[in-house]
Design a binder for this molecule. Sequence first.
Ligand SMILES: [Zn+2]
Length: 143
Amino acid sequence: MKLETPRKERHMGILDSIRTLTELNKELASIEAKRALAEVIDDLISAQTRIAELECEVRQLRTQIQFTAEVVHKDNAVWTKSGEGPFCSRCVTVTGKPVRLIIRNDGYRRCPECKDEPQTEEWERRADAAARTRQERVRRELE
Ligand SMILES: [Zn+2]
């Protein structure tokens, strides 16, 4: 059975190793040995930094995957099952990133991230009706 070392303990283990190696480096006599050990310490610090970056990325991706699995697509947008939204369907689908749509007072929606403008079917019906009314008015004025 494989037991995983908790992340915090693993980080402390690496930091302790770096401290130990740094102390050991002070006691080394030869310049070459000191230089070689200093390079090992630098490599360890770089690896530790990269591990921290990757762990952060994994946490973000897990959050995105969990969000994507728990949403409902309706009316040209994405909603959480608890009713939060609307989020941009395009951004959630392409990047997994929940970007909330900006909604004007007249109901017009726009994504601040990808600039998509996914309107509700009701908003599009009202916009089409308003456009037809304007066209009708212009046609009557021209007659
Ligand atoms: Zn978007």
